[in-house]
Design a binder for this molecule. Sequence first.
Ligand SMILES: Cc1cc2nc3c(=O)[nH]c(=O)nc-3n(C[C@H](O)[C@H](O)[C@H](O)COP(=O)(O)OP(=O)(O)OC[C@H]3O[C@@H](n4cnc5c(N)ncnc54)[C@H](O)[C@@H]3O)c2cc1C
Length: 415
Amino acid sequence: MGRDGRPDAAATKADVVIAGGGLAGLSLALALKDGLGADAAITVYDPGFGRPLTGDRRCSAIAAGARRLLTVLGVWDQVADDAQPMTTMIVTDSRTRDVARPVFLTFDGDVEPGEPFAYMVPNATLQRALTLASERAGIDMRAATVADFTADRAGVTVMGSDGATLRAGLLVACDGAKSRLRSLAGITTTSWGYNQSAITFTVEHERPHEGRAEEHFLPAGPFATLPLPGNRASIVWTERTPDAQRMVELPDYRFQEELEQRFGHALGWVKVETRPQVYPLGFAMARSFIGERFALVGDAAHLIHPIAGQGLNMGLRDVAALAEAMTDAARVGLDFASPQVLERYQRWRRFDTFAMGVATDTLNKLFSNQSDALRLVRDVGLGLVDRLPRLKGLFIRDAAGLTGAVPKLLRGEAL
Ligand SMILES: Cc1cc2nc3c(=O)[nH]c(=O)nc-3n(C[C@H](O)[C@H](O)[C@H](O)COP(=O)(O)OP(=O)(O)OC[C@H]3O[C@@H](n4cnc5c(N)ncnc54)[C@H](O)[C@@H]3O)c2cc1C
């Protein structure tokens, strides 16, 4: 149909159009090929296709459930060489100048025998592997944006900035935290900024980390050291936004001093490997994850604080739930984007997303301050959790995406 409701002779047919070929968008495209079949017509729009993958130098903690999904989608083999298993996570609560850093909480162990609770993976490696797999799967990848769309009960008409018009069963917005399509669909968000920014880069250090991740809660926000292959680590260092900018503009020797003060000396010398990047942090939750012939996935649906390394993991859980709901309907000959199917997706994901959003927001507010009273409360709380192995086990499985109604892909099963 054209915008006036009359049949549009120029429209090309697609089953699903995905706006955004980031980590969530391409994972969804591959999951839909797995679920709807190799002949499903999946189109992904992203203006970044074809550009060198040098922009995002971050690394992500990929939880066990998300790692299983990437394995089923045939992508994990291509990232495994660059992935570092995370075997232990320790949490400390201290001030920048404190010499001793008491450890309040330690997570270790596998979610299943031989399966670590998370891996660290460079985003660029993952993006490259997803791009290659998508090309191999015959996904129609267009280096342009989705400019506009109109939806009706029978389908959605999508206009690309490349001048093309596509008629599809469903449009999925995976266009990130500032999602333009979410606004075009009239979906509002609950959102706020944290006046915090994350400084991220990788370092080399003298002694082996043995797979240990450390998160130091400091008054300005968490400072995380996340293990990478070799004697290397990814740093996610949170500061108040003006201080973060000031920090990365310091002369190298001053930046090094500030780094050493936070990194400590347990791993010997430390050397900055990649140029630091600054990411302003905020919270946003879409009031609805669905509309007519429309769904939100990934950061377009929810933006959370990286304090627990869960943003992308949440996006991949959206992917698993939406692909399974659509596949179940298609298998019995039903419309894969009917209101019932989209409602099922929304019910599956809303509570989990909301709970994680509140948990990360509360953790950040509880820890990122100078209050001695709050410090006592949180340290007693962390100490208690540390002494309750069953509760810790539950936290680990929850962070790994393996509690509640776990979608098939996160269980490691094909759709
Ligand atoms: C410092 C930091 C550390 C983090 N660490 C972790 C971690 O350890 N673990 C974890 O799980 N998460 C982590 N996250 C969160 C994670 O990075 C994000 O959740 C994830 O990258 C979001 O992916 P996405 O595909 O939803 O969105 P994006 O990566 O934002 O991708 C959106 C894509 O949409 C495209 N686009 C935009 N508009 C249009 C349009 N109109 N049409 C077509 N395409 C469009 C863009 O070009 C882009 O490629 C971290 C975040 C930060 C800031």
